[in-house]
Design a protein around this ligand. Structure first.
Ligand SMILES: [Zn+2]
Length: 235
């Protein structure tokens, strides 16, 4: 099983690794990785796998049969190769900022209106957000964005840690997307935005809300009677 370095340190930009297996020339499994695999509403990372003077560009990272597979742009890597991995940090850091912003907005909306988040998808330039709310008021949404932005200018730490499953499930609202968790996990990874939100989550986040900067509403859509969709982005 590949060691997921990003779960402990989302700020690690480079790492050594060893190639464990290669499928069809271009699908590479490493013994440890800094690359996030697409999933949980967060896109995959991109970057480079370097062997000596040769550079293999990582174009996609997915999880297949429990293994993190890195798709590279050209064949050549072999099992046993010692490589150096480098993240496209600019892309990842935007994901960390917008992902953490999404937690804050979801928590504020839920606390203030009782709305439940039914889906969210991070993209490189925006975040899409679906929630249940009967009355849809753009001015009201703007007040929540303003509240979120106010929090982003204060010093609020973000922590992540493992908790035994039983203990984790006692935290109110900790599993916001219940279907995302296989029932046999003995422990859950908790992402805690101190005094704002706690949830079980395998994504990458910033360590302090101050790093987010500011977000703005991009557009809104009605998707059925109670289903609202908003798009927001980092300013
Ligand atoms: Zn998250």
């Amino acid at each position: 099983m590949t060691k997921s370095l990003f779960l402990e340190d989302s700020y690690q930009k480079e790492a050594a690794a060893k190639v464990v297996s290669v499928k069809d020339g271009k699908f590479v499994v490493l013994d440890q990785t800094i690359f996030y695999a697409k999933g949980g509403g967060q896109p995959h990372d991109t970057g480079k796998i370097i062997r000596g003077s040769e550079v293999f560009t990582v174009v996609f990272v997915g999880k297949f049969e429990g293994e993190i597979s890195h798709e590279v742009d050209c064949a050549g890597l072999q099992p046993g190769d010692v490589v150096h991995c480098v993240l496209d940090w600019e892309r990842r850091y935007r994901m960390m900022r917008s992902h953490t912003a999404a937690h804050v907005l979801a928590a504020l909306l839920n606390k203030g209106t009782g709305a439940l988040i039914t889906g969210n998808q991070l993209e490189v330039d925006h975040v899409r957000f679906d929630f249940n709310l009967e009355t849809f008021d753009k001015a009201l949404l703007e007040t929540y964005l303003a509240k979120a932005n106010a929090l982003f200018s204060t010093d609020v730490p973000v922590k992540w840690y493992e908790l035994p499953r039983e203990e984790a499930l006692k935290i109110p609202g900790v599993v916001k997307m219940a279907a995302a968790f296989p029932p046999d996990l003995p422990s859950l990874r908790i992402v805690e935005i101190v005094s704002v939100d706690m949830q079980a989550d395998g994504g990458t986040h910033v360590r302090n809300l101050k790093e987010i900067g500011k977000v703005e509403l991009h557009k809104t859509e009605n998707k059925g009677k109670n289903n609202r969709r908003i798009y927001f982005r980092l300013v």
